[in-house]
Design a protein around this ligand. Structure first.
Ligand code: FMN
Length: 256
């Protein structure tokens, strides 16, 4: 028998607050790396035909995580392209029954777009180091805080040594209520799924522009939310990405 909690918001937001990184040392230290797959040799098998070559297929195939970035600055146009590919505003598209709808490059449950992107800018041409918010509707960056943020961020990212030279770290922050006011607790799932769509768009457009990416879930929520000025539990970072030029040629994948 299932037990339901009739609370549209608080349970999922409390879960979010209570899922700070959990350092499972044993899983990192000395444990053999095993990838698991489901395969049933007894099942009737249908071999699949080859994929027709195409640029998107190639980008998806060649994308991989990079854990060392060059200290080279990123052009502002490259950052703009990443932000627009992730969560830019297009349109308007006319809606049935009147009004219009501002499309974005990712699917969004109910078209409610719960995410906001914050950029931790280290080295971007024409942009002072600082913390910025992407105003998607205005297609502009708003200064949240000028100056160095790196010293503070170093203790917030478990992956800091991988991204300390990255010219930009993007933080996808959820305004949970935008989606949860319609979908309740289930909306929390939708928000995380949508963040995955956004991150993948950013990774693929980065790859198209010769940039590397590292998607990161290993950060301290409370501290990072405070750095960005987000009010928990209603708002919170759900995903982060380091972006820039790879320090080493993209070679063999290395599981963390
Ligand atoms: C939700 C999520 C969270 C991740 N968090 C981290 C992280 O905190 N640190 C890290 O080094 N890699 C992180 N990764 C990257 C994975 O380790 C990487 O994608 C995986 O090893 C496969 O390698 P590839 O991306 O090169 O294909 C994360 C990936 C995902 C999807």
């Amino acid at each position: 028998m299932s037990t339901y909690v009739h609370d549209p918001m608080v349970l999922s937001q409390l879960f979010h607050l209570n899922s700070e990184p959990w350092l499972n040392e044993a899983a990192y230290r000395g444990a053999p790396f095993v990838q698991e797959f489901r395969s049933n040799p007894a099942a009737a098998r249908i071999a699949l035909p080859a994929t027709l070559p195409g640029p998107l297929h190639e980008l998806a195939t060649n994308r991989r995580s990079v854990r060392a970035f060059q200290p080279a600055p990123m052009p502002l146009a490259a950052l703009a392209a990443l932000l627009r590919a992730g969560y830019g505003v297009h349109g308007p598209d006319p809606m049935e029954g009147g009004g219009h709808f501002l499309r974005r490059p990712v699917p969004s449950a109910g078209g409610l777009y719960p995410l906001e992107i914050y950029a931790l800018v280290h080295r971007v041409e024409g942009l002072a180091a600082g913390i910025y918010h992407y105003d998607a509707l205005g297609d502009a960056l708003e200064t949240v805080r000028a100056g160095d943020w790196q010293q503070e961020a170093a203790s917030m990212f478990y992956t800091w040594p991988f991204v300390d030279q990255a010219p930009v770290i993007l933080c996808l922050a959820a305004m949970f209520g935008r989606t949860q006011k319609k979908y309740g607790p289930r909306g929390y799932r939708y928000i995380l799924l949508e963040a995955g769509h956004v991150a993948q768009n950013i990774c693929l457009v980065a790859a198209e522009g010769g940039l590397a990416s590292l998607c990161m879930g290993g950060y301290r929520d409370g501290a990072l939310n405070r750095l960005l000025g987000l009010s928990a539990p209603a708002e919170g970072v759900v995903y982060t990405l380091g972006l820039g030029q790879a320090a080493l040629p993209l070679a063999m994948g290395s599981p963390p």
